[in-house]
Design a protein around this ligand. Structure first.
Ligand code: SAH
Length: 191
C-alpha cells in the first residue's frame, strides 16, 4: 500500500477521525454518491446525512447506491443548490463535504461555481459544531475551475479565518491535479 494517499483517501481519513454514529453531516455535492455512502456508513441509522445536488441524475445514482448498501434510512436527498442548505438543515452538523467540479460520466458543462461554493461554505461554517470539519476536494480542471480555486484561496486568507484551523494538501507534480482543503472549527478551550 502506498504511503502517499489519494485525495479521496485523505478526505475519508479526516472524516473517519471526526465522525461517529449519531452525527449530522452534509454532502454538499452528492455527484455519483461515493462520499454520501461513506458519510452514511459513519453516522449510522441514528445519524443523518443531507446530500445536495442540482442534477437529478446525480441524486438518482446516489439513491441507487444507497439502496444497494442498505444505507437509505439515514439520508435525505435534496435536489437544490447547496447555497440554500440552511433551508433544509436547521441543526448543527459535525462535517460538510464538498467535491467540486463536474459529475464524472455526466454533463461536463454543469460544474460547481465560485459564487455558490463560497456562499455555501459560509453557510457551512455557520452550521458547523465545535470540533467539526469541512472537507473540500477541489477538482479545478474545468473551465471555471481556476477562478473557483483562486476565490477559495482568497477567502481562506481573509482575517476572519484566523480563528479556524485550515490545511491545504496539493499534488505539485501533476498538471491541474485536485487539491484538498480541510477547515476545522476549533473546540473551545483548545489552541
Ligand atoms: N470532480 C469530482 C466530482 C464532482 S461532482 C470527481 O471527479 O470526483 C460535483 C457535483 O456537484 C455534480 O454532480 C454537480 O451536479 C453538483 N453541483 C454543481 N453545482 C452545484 C450546486 N450549486 N449545488 C449542489 N450541487 C452542485
Amino acid at each position: 500500500m502506498a504511503v502517499v494517499k489519494s485525495i479521496v483517501e485523505l478526505s475519508h481519513d479526516y472524516l473517519a477521525q471526526v465522525l461517529k454514529p449519531g452525527d449530522n453531516v452534509i454532502d454538499a455535492t452528492a455527484g455519483n454518491g461515493a462520499d454520501t455512502i461513506f458519510l452514511a456508513s459513519l453516522v449510522g441509522e441514528t445519524g443523518k446525512v443531507w446530500a445536495f445536488d442540482v442534477q437529478s441524475c446525480a441524486l438518482g445514482r446516489t439513491y441507487d447506491l444507497l439502496g444497494e448498501k442498505g444505507l437509505i434510512e439515514q439520508v435525505e436527498l435534496v435536489e437544490d443548490n447547496h447555497r440554500y442548505m440552511r433551508k433544509y438543515v436547521r441543526e448543527p452538523v459535525k462535517a460538510v463535504v464538498f467535491n467540486l467540479g463536474y459529475l464524472p460520466g455526466g454533463d461536463h458543462t454543469v460544474t460547481t461555481s465560485a459564487p455558490d461554493t463560497l456562499y455555501a461554505l459560509e453557510e457551512s461554517m455557520d452550521l458547523l459544531q465545535d470540533g467539526g470539519i469541512i472537507v473540500i476536494s477541489v477538482y479545478w480542471g474545468h473551465t471555471q475551475g481556476e477562478e473557483e480555486k483562486n476565490a477559495l484561496a482568497d477567502f481562506l486568507r481573509e482575517p476572519k479565518m484566523k480563528s479556524w484551523q485550515v490545511m491545504e494538501i496539493s499534488i505539485p507534480n501533476r498538471a491541474k491535479a485536485p487539491c484538498l482543503i480541510i477547515i476545522e472549527k476549533k473546540e473551545k478551550g483548545t489552541n
